[in-house]
Design a protein around this ligand. Structure first.
Ligand code: SF4
Ligand code: MSK
Length: 635
């Protein structure tokens, strides 16, 4: 087994990894090591098993002439595999958006009493974008029309996605010219699967062109709608305090951990945890209270809106259970390790699945239905309370580490912040960039992966960027990594940021790294970039802006989709480890080079976070030069 210090930079994580080792509990890092060496064909993307004449694999050391049984070469096989990853990632995000739209519809129809429309202003403005009459109508009537329009858009066959029209005009025109303006989310994803089916397209460029279209239907479609409709239903986040890391688990309270991505049930669980019946049951059971904490993006969703503490990110899901202090873990969809059930079995922890889309063999399933959300939430909490008495005190070990944080930034709030209370405008942000106080901005997002030291790349990349006066916005597990390192506090600016960024953070009272939400909330970054373009003075398109993106520790297909919609929107984007495409030099050259000429964005792969940060800074400097901006103020 590798040293715990090699596995993670986080002290709490290291402590629980030691406990896991002492108690002989296998975790992701152990399984990763036992998988070595991992399949080289898979890593290079040159294995094809999409028809029964295969599986076929191309010799990476051959002369390039080798073909699969059908005649597919490495370019075709690699491109098809990558395109299918995009489709799967886009499907996951978009299906999340669909579920929120469904909850909005039921709420509007009075069939889901647990949900009330919280942001009427956003409802009115989004309805306006969809051409729905707002004046003189009840919010429920507007919401019903909006939910129906949105739900229809998933399967829209022709035309253009409404949200994609929010992009800068020049970008929309480019997408139209390239034929990648997204129509409907389902349509683009289905077509991606069709195009990559045996015997359909074998031109790698054409396959990946549609890959971008499918990815755009995620970022400017499914994900954006997931964000907007969640804001309408659960409230648009405002800057809020919270805490992060395994130390948020409580010794003497019932610990309920919510994990996954969709906020529909966890929102109600938070509310139900304050129900008088639940509170009196807790007292009866001898606990001092009930502590809801989260893992992954479900956690980010309820942190952003309620300040609910975060217990950890992707690689900490098993570790939360190994503290021995979790009475119940409730999971919904995405990023859930099947191993959770084995780990839960080592403790008293009850693991509950809740989505019909996601069951674990042998694990209790309490199906979530929007119509009965509150009752279901209470039933789950009652199980947790009942289970508290079975907690074995002698097996409990909660690391003390937990950091304060500020989250809850959005495309709307952060910049009305920067503009001062009474002037909601992006002008101060644009002016800071133009004047050279800020070099630019970077989105650092995405997962953890045991193939890299847990949290290390997120934290070091973010620190290097802010040191160079690059404002960082973050989502998903990257945001949690930063939170655990104390970087989401205003004080972090004094410790780590360059002078220009420090001045801004000091004036406005914000951290140098802004937590803008869950993985679907990467759409908030797209809107922010668009607002910066629209404010003026920094070019006419997203590809003109001094900005860059990164997913330094990515693991999910969703990260591939996110990467592609950022690149297709004109953003230079770095992934820590390569996409599984290196088996085709043509596809690699396209993804890391040729795309720039087409859409203004491209990928780079760099595992060293400091080197990666400097590639981003170089790119930002290049864009500043092209815009003829002033030299940096403090250089
Ligand atoms: Fe082999 Fe072609 Fe079938 Fe793929 S599609 S498994 S390359 S025969
Ligand atoms: S949760 S997709 S591990 S960021 Fe959104 Fe984290 Fe990646 Fe899942």
């Amino acid at each position: 087994m590798s040293e715990v210090k090699e596995r993670s930079v986080d002290l709490a994580t290291q402590k629980i990894l030691r406990k896991a080792n002492e108690e002989d509990i296998v975790v992701a890092w152990d399984r990763f090591e036992s998988m070595q060496p991992q399949c080289g064909f898979g890593e290079l993307g040159i294995c094809c098993r999409i028809c029964n004449m295969g599986p076929c694999r191309i010799d990476p050391f051959g002369d390039g002439a080798q073909r699969g049984v059908c005649g597919a070469n490495a370019d075709t096989i690699v491109a098809r595999n990558l395109a299918r990853m995009i489709a799967a990632g886009a499907a996951a995000h978009s299906d999340h958006g669909r579920d929120v739209a469904h909850a909005l519809l039921l709420s509007a129809q009075g069939k889901a009493g647990a949900y009330k429309i919280k942001d009427k202003a956003k409802l009115a403005s989004l309805a306006g974008e969809y051409g729905i009459k707002v004046e003189g109508r009840k919010k429920e009537e507007i919401a019903e029309d909006l939910a129906n329009k949105v739900l229809n858009e998933f399967g829209q066959q022709h035309g253009e996605l409404r949200m994609a029209l929010r992009a800068p005009k020049k970008r929309v025109e480019l997408w139209r010219k390239l034929g990648i303006m997204p129509r409907g989310m389902d349509r683009e994803i289905v077509e991606m699967m069709h195009r990559t089916n045996m015997g359909v397209g074998n031109d790698y460029k054409n396959i990946l062109l549609h890959g971008m279209r499918a990815a755009l239907s995620d970022g400017w479609g499914g994900s954006m709608l997931a964000t907007e409709l969640s804001d309408i239903l659960f409230g648009t986040p405002q800057p809020i305090r919270g805490k992060s890391n395994l130390g948020v688990l409580a010794e003497d309270e019932v610990n309920v951990v919510v994990h996954g991505h969709e906020p529909t049930l966890s929102e109600v669980v938070v509310e139900a945890s304050r129900d008088p019946e639940i509170l009196s049951l807790i007292k009866e059971d001898g606990a001092k209270g009930i502590n809801i904490a989260g893992i992954c993006c479900t956690s980010n969703e309820i942190l952003m809106r309620h300040g609910v503490p975060i217990a950890g990110n992707f690689l900490q899901q098993e570790l939360a259970l190994i503290t021995g202090a979790v009475d119940l873990m409730m999971v919904d969809v995405q990023c859930l390790m099947p191993a959770l059930s084995n780990v839960a079995d080592c403790f008293h922890t009850k693991l509950i699945t809740t989505s019909p889309k996601c069951k674990f063999p042998g694990v209790e399933h309490i199906e979530f239905k929007e119509e009965k959300a509150y009752e279901i939430a209470k039933d789950i909490l009652k199980l947790a309370i009942e289970n508290y008495k079975d907690r074995k005190k002698e097996r409990v070990s909660i690391p003390k580490e937990n950091e304060d944080l500020i989250a809850g930034f959005t495309a709307e709030s952060v910049f009305s912040f920067l503009g001062g209370k009474y002037r909601a405008t992006y002008r101060p942000l644009n002016d800071a960039i133009i004047a050279g106080r800020l070099r630019g901005a970077a989105g650092v997002v995405g997962c953890n992966n045991p193939n890299l030291k847990h949290n290390y790349a997120h934290i070091e990349m973010a620190k290097e960027l802010i040191k160079n006066d690059v404002l960082v916005v973050t989502t998903g597990c990257s945001a949690i990594a930063d939170a655990e390192a104390g970087l989401l506090q205003p004080e972090a600016a004094f410790k780590y940021a360059g002078k220009g960024l420090q001045e801004i953070c000091e004036t406005v009272g914000i951290p140098p790294i802004l937590h803008v939400g869950s993985c679907v909330d990467n759409s908030r970054i797209l809107i922010t970039l668009t607002n910066v373009v629209n404010e003026g003075g920094l070019g006419e398109d997203i590809s003109d802006l001094p900005v860059a993106g990164a997913a330094p520790e990515w693991m999910s297909e969703k990260a591939i989709s996110i990467g592609f919609y950022f690149v297709a929107s004109g953003v230079f984007t770095i992934f820590g480890t390569p996409h599984p495409i290196l088996g085709s030099s043509n596809v690699t050259d396209l993804v890391c080079g040729g795309l720039e000429g087409m859409v203004g964005g491209k990928f780079a792969f760099e595992a060293d976070p400091i080197k990666a940060a400097h590639l981003m800074i170089e790119h930002i400097n290049k864009k500043r030069e092209a815009l003829k901006l002033k030299p940096m103020m403090y250089e």
